[in-house]
Design a protein around this ligand. Structure first.
Ligand SMILES: Cc1cc2nc3c(=O)[nH]c(=O)nc-3n(C[C@H](O)[C@H](O)[C@H](O)COP(=O)(O)OP(=O)(O)OC[C@H]3O[C@@H](n4cnc5c(N)ncnc54)[C@H](O)[C@@H]3O)c2cc1C
Ligand code: FES
Length: 266
């Protein structure tokens, strides 16, 4: 794990690459030098009644220009405040935090993102391509307008699924995954809890060992550094994992999926 940096980063760009999402690019050379795909940052929020920072996966890492990118939806006061930042504004960042993805050299990498769960997979896809691999990226969204454009994944093979059948596979991204799944693959997955549980069910049915699946967990978080226990996740071995310390990227066999609850939609 890398050493986290506390910084006041400068916003260099804000855009809306797809419907329902905001992209912030910030200048933070020290963090951009060490951040790994799957790690996250605690972003300081200065809106009223928002004491805690908000955790966000790094969606782009550009060490040459000292930049980090974040991709998020506005769901409450913290994300609304972050979405209002303009180029030149400053934002407090703590990170990179947690454990990122650890792709193994042999297996074919399949990245599966549901909704804004695509964010950490953008960085992972770029990292894999830079390492000479050709990942397959499966992106699911409610509708075509909510898909991140394919040109955000240079060098990868992109497949899409939409709930309303407006683009790509008609239905869930897990249904799409079933059409390309094979045992020699390694899956990297991020999305809502029901989607994660469906991915695990599919892997079990296909005989793909859970060790070959890495999940980027998105639990509620408080501190982000292992002290508040706000991010506990049921462990397969009994007890709990801390998503902020043991994850957010964990091998799927380490989690007791039967005890995982959907903290945001349940
Ligand atoms: C490690 C990690 C990485 C994350 N990376 C990303 C990312 O890259 N992009 C991104 O968009 N989000 C990401 N999230 C989720 C993000 O942290 C939350 O959406 C954010 O903290 C919400 O803050 P808020 O103040 O806007 O909303 P709050 O006021 O905290 O919540 C408002 C409402 O939204 C609900 N809510 C909160 N989070 C979510 C969620 N993730 N999905 C659905 N409903 C939610 C709450 O239950 C509540 O009802 C990540 C979370 C973790 C733990
Ligand atoms: S967020 Fe505080 S212990 Fe994980």
């Amino acid at each position: 794990m890398s050493v986290a940096v506390l910084a006041r980063a400068t916003v260099v760009a804000r855009s809306a690459p797809m419907e329902g999402a905001v992209e912030l690019v910030v200048l933070d050379p020290a963090a951009a030098n060490i951040a790994q795909p799957g790690q996250f940052f605690q972003m300081g929020v200065e809106a009223p009644h928002t004491l805690l920072p908000r955790p966000y996966s790094v969606a782009a890492v550009d060490p040459d220009r000292g930049r980090l990118g974040f991709l998020f939806s506005v769901v409450g006061a913290g994300s609304a405040w972050l979405s209002s930042l303009e180029p030149g504004d400053r934002v407090r960042l703590i990170g990179p935090l947690g454990r990122g993805f650890t792709p193994s050299p042999g297996a074919a990498p399949i990245c599966v993102g549901g909704g804004l769960g695509i964010a950490p997979l953008v960085a992972l896809s770029a990292w894999l391509v830079a390492a000479g691999r050709r990942p397959v990226v499966l992106q699911g969204a409610r509708e075509a307008a909510r898909l991140l454009p394919a040109d955000r994944f240079p060098g990868a093979r992109i497949l899409t699924a939409t709930d309303d059948s407006s683009a790509g596979w008609p239905g869930s991204v897990v249904g799409l995954l079933e059409t390309v799944a094979a045992r020699e693959q390694e899956w990297f997955v991020c999305g809502p809890t029901p989607m994660l549980q469906a991915v695990i069910g599919l892997a079990d049915a296909l005989g793909l060992p859970r060790q070959r699946i890495q999940i980027a967990l998105e639990t509620p978080m408080g501190c982000g550094v292992g002290t508040c226990l706000g991010c506990v996740t049921p462990a397969a071995a009994g007890g709990y994992l801390l998503a902020c310390q043991d994850g957010p990227c964990v091998r799927a066999d380490r989690v007791d999926w039967s005890r995982v609850e959907d903290a945001f939609h349940g």
